[in-house]
Design a protein around this ligand. Structure first.
Ligand SMILES: [Zn+2]
Length: 202
């Protein structure tokens, strides 16, 4: 190798090294956003922290669980960063995939563990992989899927307020604290469908 080629190889090695250097995690903002040293706020690509699918749990409660999961994963860690086509979003946050030193793919891990959805609104290079991870989490009832009310079109679940004579769809605004799920087949005869959310009639 000539001296010139050696210098060129060294430069290349250094620039590759810089492109792959790791960043210290400063703080976890929520289940899909972190602050990295010298990069600032980073939104993880391909994952969306839930609002809950379980109407018995308040939305913020699951958001906290998702943040706690990410914090446990990233606390005291340095992460390697990979980019997709867009480097920033409209809020100026960096968009990235994160990897732990042991190779754990953080973005996918969140979906696998059921602490986030595969975010499919925009295409990204691991879309199919993340969808499969979400299917696995649902099938294994992990994380936010653990208490999810099963969806069945032939015998849908409806919700009933403890004090009340009507039944509701899961997202009805008329639901108050203390409601419980019932499959249509087990619904007490005296209950009638809500006029606001119009659940299926018997
Ligand atoms: Zn209703």
């Amino acid at each position: 190798m000539t001296a010139r080629a050696a210098r060129l190889a060294l430069c290349l090695a250094i620039s590759l090294g810089l492109a792959q250097s790791s960043y210290r995690v400063v703080r976890v903002v929520d289940g899909d956003t972190v602050v990295l040293e010298s990069l600032g706020t980073v939104r993880l690509i391909g994952v969306d922290t839930p609002e809950t699918v379980d109407p018995r749990k308040p939305v913020e409660a699951f958001g906290k669980e998702a943040s706690a999961f990410l914090l446990a994963l990233l606390k005291g860690q340095a992460v390697r960063v990979e980019y997709d086509q867009a480097r920033t979003d409209k809020y100026g946050r960096t968009l990235a995939y994160l990897y732990l030193a042991d190779g754990t793919f953080v973005n996918r891990k969140i979906v696998e563990a059921g602490f986030g959805y595969a975010y499919t609104e925009f295409p990204f290079k691991y879309l199919d992989e993340f969808r499969a991870a979400e299917r696995g989490a649902r099938a294994q009832k992990r994380g936010l899927w653990a208490d999810a009310i099963p969806v069945s079109t032939s015998n849908p679940i409806v919700l009933v307020n403890r004090k009340g004579s009507v039944y509701h769809r899961p997202k009805c605004r008329e639901l108050v604290a203390g409601f419980y799920p019932v499959p249509m087949s087990d619904l007490p005869v005296k209950l009638t469908p809500c006029k606001v959310c119009k659940p299926p009639a018997r």
